[in-house]
Design a protein around this ligand. Structure first.
Ligand code: SF4
Ligand code: F3S
Length: 104
């Protein structure tokens, strides 16, 4: 599976949702997640994210994000159409440790 990591938080650019053939993105207030059990591992979304927030679960350090994507994709609503990203998204682009600061 592919999953979304903390680079998405407060950037939420949503270029990823339009390309997914199985519509498995889910929307929280500050980020999107992928539902791992629905992802068919096609990899199409990965290059679409301008901030490289989408990673394969085979990448080191992805365990935490697999867990988070699994949990919140059960709770958050499905999203299949790109909306406007947050106006101040640029500000958060290169920020580190966004999960600790902004995930709620
Ligand atoms: Fe959707 Fe493919 Fe990305 Fe999985 S890897 S979330 S199926 S676009
Ligand atoms: Fe987030 Fe990147 Fe999609 S910022 S909403 S994973 S295009």
């Amino acid at each position: 599976t592919y999953v979304v990591n903390e680079k998405c938080i407060k950037c939420k650019l949503m270029d990823c949702v339009e390309v997914c053939p199985v519509d498995c993105f889910y929307e929280g207030k500050n980020m999107l997640v992928i539902k791992p059990e629905e992802c068919i591992d096609c990899g199409v979304c990965e290059p679409e994210c301008p901030v490289d927030a989408i990673v394969a679960d085979t990448e080191p350090g992805s365990d935490k994000w697999v867990e988070l994507n699994t949990k919140y994709s059960e709770i958050w609503p499905n999203i299949t159409t790109k909306k406007d990203p947050p106006e101040d998204n640029e500000k958060y682009k290169n920020e580190e440790k966004k999960f600790d600061k902004y995930f709620s």
